[in-house]
Write a protein that binds this ligand. Structure first.
Ligand code: M6R
Length: 365
C-alpha cells in the first residue's frame, strides 16, 4: 500500500509530479494554452471586487501564496485569513465578494463554518478541495478539485502543491475572463513541463536533503526565513518540522528579523533561508538579512535557485533549486522543506505518519 516507501508521507512527497500532472489534466488547451476551469462562463466572476481566501494550517499557507497570484493576474484585492478567526469576526461581505475556501479534506470545521457565514451574507463561493463530495465541496456553488489522490499522511504535502497550482490556474482563468484575452500563454505552456522538472528535482535533491538532515537534526530550534512569495513557504516549512519532527521552528518574513527575532541568533540556532533571484528586489534584501545572521554566528542553510551564487557563499550548507518561473518557486521550494522535515523526523525516531496529538481532519473546533 505504501508502494515500496517506508511511510505514506514519503510516498506522497514523491507523488507530487503525478498529482500536479493530474490536476492539470483537461484544464489547459494544448493548442491555444487557454485555461478552462468551469466549463461554462460565470458572469458574476467579472463583477468581483474583493476576494477572501479562508483556510487552516497548510491550506492557509497555500492561500497566502495564492494572494500573490490572484492580485498579480486579476488586480482584485485579496485578503487571506485563518478560518478560526474569520468566522468569529464580522467580515465585510457582500454579493460582489468572492469567498474562496481551501481544504484538502473538505471537512475542516472552521473552514466549513466560514463558508456558511459567507453564503449567508450573500458572497459568491468557490472552494478548492481534494475529497470528492466532502461537506465543503457539497456546500459550494463551484468546486475546483485538486487531483492529488488520497492523502493518508497527517502531514499535508501533495495536497499543498496541488492547491498552489490550482490557485495559479484560477488566477490566470479570472484574468482571461476579465480581459477577454489570455495574456499569459507562455507561462501556461511552461506549466505543462512542470511535472517533469519537478520529478528530476525530487530525484536529484533527496540525497542532498539526507546529508543536510543528518548534520542538523539534533538542533533544538530552527528559523525559516523567506520574503515575498517564499515567505508563506517559510511558514509551511516550519509547520512541517513542528508537526512531524517535534522540533520548535518558526517561519518568519526575513525583513522582520531586526524587529525582534535576531535576538535569538547564536551558534546553536540554525536558520534555513529561502532565497531566489527570481523574487527581484527582495533577493538582495534577503542577502543582507543572511549577512546579519552570519555576523552573529548563526549557522545558515540556504535553499537557492541555480545562479543565486551570493547566498551560497554565506551558507554552511545549501541546496539548489532549478531555475523556474517566479510563479513556480513555491512548489519547488516547499519540496526540500517537506523532505527535511521527513528525514529529521525519521532520524529522531518519530511516528511520521501518525504524529502525536494530531488528526488528519479537524472536524471539531
Ligand atoms: O483538510 P484541510 O486542508 O482543511 O486541513 C487543514 C489543516 O488541518 C491541515 O493542513 C494541517 O495543518 C496539516 N496537518 C498540515 O500538514
Amino acid at each position: 500500500e505504501k508502494g515500496g516507501f517506508p511511510h505514506f508521507m514519503l510516498k506522497e512527497i514523491f507523488e507530487q509530479p503525478q498529482a500536479i500532472q493530474n490536476t492539470l489534466l483537461g484544464r489547459i488547451s494544448l493548442e491555444t494554452f487557454e485555461i478552462d476551469l468551469l466549463q461554462k462562463e460565470i458572469d458574476w466572476l467579472k463583477e468581483i471586487v474583493k476576494i477572501y481566501v479562508v483556510a487552516c494550517g497548510t491550506s492557509y499557507h497555500a492561500g497566502l501564496v495564492g494572494k500573490f497570484f490572484l492580485e498579480r493576474f486579476t488586480q482584485i484585492p485579496v485578503e487571506v485569513e485563518l478560518a478560526s478567526e474569520f468566522r468569529y469576526r464580522e467580515p465585510l461581505l457582500h454579493e460582489r465578494c468572492l469567498f474562496l475556501g481551501i481544504s484538502q479534506s473538505g471537512e475542516t470545521a472552521d473552514t466549513l463554518a466560514s463558508l456558511r457565514l459567507a453564503k449567508e451574507k450573500g458572497a459568491k463561493v468557490i472552494s478548492i478541495c481534494n475529497v470528492l463530495g466532502s461537506s465543503i465541496a457539497r456546500e459550494s456553488e463551484i468546486v475546483l478539485y485538486t487531483q492529488a489522490g488520497p492523502e493518508i499522511s497527517v502531514a499535508s504535502t501533495k495536497a499543498f502543491t496541488t492547491q498552489v497550482l490550482m490557485l495559479l490556474l484560477l488566477a490566470l482563468y479570472i484574468q482571461k475572463i476579465k480581459k477577454g484575452l489570455n495574456q499569459y500563454p507562455e507561462l501556461i505552456e511552461k506549466l505543462l513541463h512542470l511535472p517533469v522538472i519537478l520529478q528530476e528535482f525530487l530525484d536529484k535533491s533527496y540525497p542532498r536533503v539526507k546529508e543536510i538532515s543528518k548534520k542538523w537534526y539534533q538542533a533544538k530550534d530552527f528559523l525559516y526565513l523567506g520574503r515575498n512569495i517564499l515567505y508563506p513557504i517559510a511558514l509551511e516549512g516550519a509547520l512541517k518540522l513542528k508537526e512531524i519532527a517535534y522540533i520548535h521552528a518558526e517561519g518568519y518574513a526575513a525583513g522582520e528579523m531586526k524587529h525582534g527575532p535576531i535576538a535569538l541568533i547564536e551558534e546553536s540556532f540554525p536558520t534555513i533561508i529561502l532565497a531566489a533571484k527570481e523574487t527581484g528586489l527582495v533577493y538582495e534584501k534577503t542577502l543582507s538579512n543572511a549577512e546579519e545572521i552570519k555576523t552573529r554566528r548563526g549557522p545558515l542553510i540556504g535553499i537557492t535557485t541555480q545562479g543565486s551564487e551570493e547566498v551560497k557563499r554565506l551558507c554552511e550548507d545549501y541546496l539548489e533549486v532549478p531555475q523556474v518561473p517566479y510563479e513556480f518557486l513555491p512548489i519547488f521550494y516547499v519540496v526540500p522543506l517537506q523532505l527535511i522535515a521527513y528525514e529529521m523526523a525519521v532520524l529522531r525516531g518519530c511516528d511520521v505518519d501518525r504524529p502525536r496529538n494530531l488528526a488528519k481532519s479537524v472536524t471539531v473546533e
